[in-house]
Write a protein that binds this ligand. Structure first.
Ligand SMILES: Nc1ncnc2c1ncn2[C@@H]1O[C@H](COP(=O)(O)OP(=O)(O)OP(=O)(O)O)[C@@H](O)[C@H]1O
Ligand SMILES: [Mg+2]
Length: 213
C-alpha cells in the first residue's frame, strides 16, 4: 500500500480537489482520510456513498489514530491511502503527522505570491521528515508570463533538490462543478480538459510512487 499526503500550508490551493481526484482515479482499492475539520472530503465521500458509489472508502478516526488506520487499511488490502490535509491555521501538527506517515506527498500551489512564498516552508518540513514529494501548480494559465515564470522557478528549485514538478493543472470549471455532484472532473466530464489534466496527474503520481520515473 502507498500512502500519499496532499499538503500545503495555504488554504484553497486545491488540496481537496487533488486528494479526491487521486482517490477516485488511482487504480485499485483506495481509502481517503480527511484531516481537515472543515470535513469537505468526508462529506464528499458520504454523498457518494448515498449515491451508491463505493470508491474511495473513507477512513474515519482522530488524527492521532492515523498510524492505526493506515495499518488497518494495509491489512484489508487497500492499495492507496490518500490523506487530505487542512491549511496552516488548523495547526502545523496535522501537517507533520500527515507527512510522517506518508510514502509520498503532493504539494499543490497556485501562482499567487502568498501561496508560492509559503511553499518552501512546507517543503522544509517534508525534507526534515524525509518524505519525497512533488509540487503541482494549480489553476495554471500558460498564457500568463507570471505563471510561466513561477513554474520555471519551481522546476529550478525542484531540480536542485532532486524533486519533480508535476504537469500543471489548468483553471477549469469542471473541477468545481463536479464537486456539486460529489464527483471528480474525470467522472463528471470525462472528455473535458479538466479530466485530461487529472488523468495525467494520476498517471504521473502512479509512475513516481512505483519508481518508474
Ligand atoms: N484547477 C482548478 N480549476 C478550477 N477550480 C479549481 C481548481 N482547483 C481547485 N478549484 C476550486 O477551488 C476551490 C478550492 O479548492 P480546494 O477546496 O481543493 O482547495 P483546498 O486547498 O483543499 O482548500 P482548503 O485549504 O480550504 O481545504 C474549490 O472550489 C475547487 O473546486
Ligand atoms: Mg481542502
Amino acid at each position: 500500500m502507498i500512502v500519499i499526503s496532499v499538503v500545503h500550508q495555504k488554504g484553497g490551493v486545491g488540496k481537496s480537489t487533488i486528494s479526491q481526484a487521486l482517490a477516485t482515479g488511482l487504480d485499485g482499492q483506495t481509502r481517503i482520510y480527511d484531516a481537515d475539520h472543515q470535513g469537505t472530503t468526508s462529506r464528499w465521500v458520504e454523498r457518494r456513498q448515498e449515491d451508491g458509489v463505493d470508491k474511495p472508502e473513507l477512513a474515519v478516526g482522530r488524527i492521532e489514530q492515523l498510524p492505526d488506520l493506515i495499518s488497518q487499511a494495509e491489512n484489508e488490502g487497500v492499495n492507496w491511502f490518500i490523506i487530505d490535509t487542512p491549511p496552516e491555521h488548523s495547526g502545523e501538527v496535522n501537517l507533520r503527522t500527515a507527512l510522517s506517515v506518508a510514502d509520498f506527498a503532493v504539494m499543490p500551489t497556485r501562482a499567487g505570491a502568498n501561496d508560492v512564498q509559503v511553499l518552501p516552508k512546507t517543503m522544509r518540513i517534508a525534507r526534515q521528515i524525509g518524505v519525497p514529494f512533488s509540487v503541482v501548480m494549480n489553476e495554471y494559465d500558460g498564457r500568463r508570463s507570471l505563471h510561466k515564470q513561477v513554474l520555471a522557478d519551481l522546476e529550478d528549485m525542484a531540480t536542485r533538490n532532486g524533486q519533480t514538478v508535476l504537469r500543471p493543472l489548468r483553471s477549469l470549471a469542471a473541477h468545481q462543478d463536479s464537486t456539486y455532484a460529489a464527483q471528480t472532473a474525470i467522472e463528471y466530464a470525462p472528455s473535458s480538459d479538466a479530466a485530461r489534466d487529472m488523468i495525467l496527474l494520476t498517471r504521473e503520481v502512479t509512475q513516481i510512487t512505483r519508481g518508474e520515473q
